[in-house]
Design a protein around this ligand. Structure first.
Ligand code: CP
Length: 307
């Protein structure tokens, strides 16, 4: 039963509950018109303390396509946050008006704090370099649709694995499905944090390797999950400039990969996937952005408990 729950961490829902969301997303994809009014009279609040295109727009599009309406801010300085209002007071106030809230915040744990003060469901839309659970639902639905399964896969995660919250959430989620293997491709400075290796990968006996060169492993993965170097999380601009173009997926590298491999990217991309790859049938990242809207439609419906 998902009605009334918060989604802060990818582990907040069981795999059965996630499958329930995916089954509803499948139904929405096959007949969107049938769901056009299930959220009539409901209001979604989008509280974005950090920039976003996909997450905010897909949530807003999702609610509007379900018949509901949307309020919110995309620039915290246009709200009383600029006067020093706390996350707790903001969410308590927004709860007087809305039925469900989505929050993105630069501080890790801020959406969790909001959920502790909220009677309406709160969804974490990305907190600092920590987690991004609805991107993970998007990624899993895309993989499930492309591959027909979420187990027995070799997933290569490439780029900024230190600050990339989408990778952290995806690794957590994939660790619950059987026989998945991870190939972690990053410069030594941007490796997956130790807590994820110890508490998720080692604890769950997930097979993984860490490498620096994409060319060495591209032919071994079923899924290649590219990520942007997260400029906004760097303390030093020189380090960012040195590392930003370490990986550029181009046609030459794609020629070394399996015909069955798919390329995902949470987007936005900067230089890490050359535009020449976009026409390759294995490039799934814009399809992935669309799955993001469908899965958020299903999530909103489930958390609101609408039929
Ligand atoms: N994938 C993702 O979170 O994109 P935005 O930052 O544009 O929301």
């Amino acid at each position: 039963m998902l009605k009334g729950k918060h989604l802060i961490d990818p582990m907040d829902f069981t795999t059965d509950e996630i499958e329930e969301i995916f089954k509803l997303a499948d139904q929405i994809i096959s007949c969107q018109r049938e769901f056009a009014h299930i959220c009539d009279g409901k209001l979604l609040a989008t509280l974005f303390y950090e920039p976003s295109t996909r997450t905010r727009f897909s949530f807003e599009a999702a609610m509007l396509r379900l018949g509901g309406q949307v309020i919110g801010f995309s620039e915290p300085n246009s709200s009383s946050v600029s006067k020093g209002e706390s996350v707790a007071d903001t969410i308590k106030t927004v709860g007087c008006y809305a039925d469900i809230a989505v929050m993105r915040h630069p501080k890790e744990g801020a959406p969790k704090v909001a959920s502790m003060y909220s009677e309406m469901p709160v969804i974490n839309a990305g907190d600092g370099g920590h987690q991004h659970p609805t991107q993970t639902l998007t990624d899993l639905l895309t993989i499930r649709s492309a591959k027909g399964r979420l187990n027995d896969l070799t997933i290569g995660c490439c780029g900024d694995l230190k600050f990339g919250r989408t990778v952290h959430s995806l690794i957590k989620a994939l660790s619950r499905y059987e026989n998945n293997k991870l190939v972690l491709i990053s410069p030594s400075e941007l490796k997956v944090p130790d807590y994820i290796k110890k508490e998720i990968l080692e604890k769950n006996n997930i097979e993984f390797i860490e490498v620096e060169k994409l060319e060495d492993v591209i032919d071994k993965v079923d899924i290649l999950y590219m990520t942007r170097v997260q400029r906004e999380r760097f303390f030093n601009e020189d380090d960012y400039i040195r590392l930003r173009d370490r990986y550029i997926l181009d046609k030459e590298k794609m020629n070394k990969a399996s015909e069955e491999m798919i390329v995902l990217h949470p987007l936005p991309r900067v230089n890490e996937i050359s535009c020449e790859v976009d026409d390759d049938p294995r490039a799934y990242y814009f399809k992935q952005a669309k799955y993001g809207m469908y899965v958020r439609m299903a999530l909103i419906a489930k958390l609101l408990g609408v039929k």
